[in-house]
Design a binder for this molecule. Structure first.
Ligand code: NI
Length: 145
């Protein structure tokens, strides 16, 4: 990889030991891989803070027998059709549904949509995962060089 640079940093011994422990427990190959991902994590949270276009995924667990809930969830997605990239519905058991909805857009719109779903009666859990369109992450070059 031609744009690879070597960076040397100074850490207190105790902090360096913590770094090694984190690398070990999170099963990274080495410190470099771990620190690269920490930086990328920070770049993604910066994208969210700055209100850039981002990616997000909602995972919903809900009661299949709750009257009108499917229609309401569907209507919310239609209202945000420009932000909904894809969705998958899984029937977990006789009375429980899971739905994963992949979103793209401004952070505030994605949060608003998530909150709109979370508060509906019959929604048992709503998890929201933040991610990126990848534009700022590519500055760092390819992952496995
Ligand atoms: Ni279902």
């Amino acid at each position: 990889m031609s744009d690879l640079v070597r960076v040397s940093i100074s850490l207190e011994a105790s902090l360096a030991a913590e770094l090694d422990r984190l690398v070990e427990t999170s099963r990274y190959e080495n410190r470099s891989e771990y620190v690269r991902d920490l930086i990328r994590e920070q770049l993604v949270s910066e994208e969210w803070e700055q209100g850039r276009e981002v990616l997000g995924t909602i995972t919903l667990i809900y009661d299949h027998h709750q009257g009108g809930l499917s229609d309401k969830l569907n209507a919310l997605q239609h209202d945000h059709h420009a932000n909904v990239l894809a969705s998958t519905h899984v029937h977990l058991d006789h009375g429980t549904c899971a739905e994963m909805i992949m979103l793209r857009g401004k952070p505030e719109i994605l949060r608003e949509l998530t909150d709109g779903m979370r508060k509906l009666k019959g929604v048992l859990h709503a998890a929201f995962a933040l991610s990126s369109t990848g534009k700022t992450l590519q500055r760092g070059g390819h992952r496995h060089a």
